[in-house]
Design a protein around this ligand. Sequence first.
Ligand SMILES: NC(=O)CC[C@H](N)C(=O)O
Length: 388
Amino acid sequence: MKISQAPAERPTAVLVLADGTTLYGQGVGAAGEAVGEVCFNTAMSGYQEILTDLSYAGQLITFTAPHIGNVGVNADDVESDSKSMAARGAIFRAVPTNPSNYRAQLDISPWMRRRGIVGISGIDTRALTALIREKGMPHGVVAHNLSGQFDIESLKKRAAEWAGLEGRDLAKDVTTLTPYAHTENGWEWNKGYGAHDGSGPHIVVIDYGVKRNILRRLAAEGCRVSVVPAKASYEEIMEKNPDGVVLSNGPGDPAATGEYAVPVIRKLIENKIPTLGICLGHQMLALAAGAKTKKMPQGHHGANHPVKDLSTGKVEVVSMNHGFTVDGAALPANVEETHVSLFDGTNCGIAMKDAPAFSVQHHPEASPGPEDSFYIFKRFVDGLRKAA
Ligand SMILES: NC(=O)CC[C@H](N)C(=O)O
């Protein structure tokens, strides 16, 4: 399959893929160039959460929902701060129009400019998504400049020479540099975020690129939440006297990140410290237990993926964002598969039989997406309360 698009009349942006596919459009957000792996996200809403999710570092996001920016942006719906290294590029079908929503504080384009996200609109995202589905996630460059002059050959070369995500540890680039305490609670209609009392179990979250809503959901369960850098040692974690440890989501290849993270996680398991892993944290718990991870052709990025909890038989509709997967067919004997994707049967959760540790591939914190899996936090925290 090959796609092409006639140059827009006065293009101010272009998407060039490593195979030379060149799609012209209108620039949105920051001017400049962004190189990365081109993925697609099928969520119908939640573009602000998606564009601030640090797990997208190194990726350019094609939104399959055609109208991005309709409800504007606000200060609440962010998953990382303004200096974050989340997705550097975004690809839209329609040129964003004036937002209409009572929560809107700003248009998407100036907001993207502030965050340094280079965007292109006017792209046939349906054809691009079909291309990704057929051939896997290509490497590409989004370039945006008002002159409309682009050196396509050099952009193609840049895309083709980009090293890709396999073997890349990106958690070290996006993690917090210093430990901190988190106090923001879950968001409530007409109230926003409150502060929690922190009277419940103490959770240490290892930040590989943590989404804020993971921290907020833990706070909403009554937990005291401490966040530590990705390279915190086992001793530094234990000095904080955690009742439980959460391994966060994050960008890049779990196998590369695991080089420093897995030895720490192994010690947590050996010492029977209650542990919950989410997405990258799930993949690294699996690696620590002796399982394998591999790259997926298209990955899962959306907010309506059906997943089955094998322990209850219930199906939950979940938020997903991953391009690597745990090989469910090669799990060690002490690891039980607890969740599977009903789209393609890939592994979506594990529990260790000989340690109080479990993890899920999807995003129980949603943000964006349905709240079906909030119970994962409750399951973890109830377990801690029982053990106390
Ligand atoms: N959201 C995440 O934590 C993503 C994990 C990993 N970087 C992947 O793409 O599979």
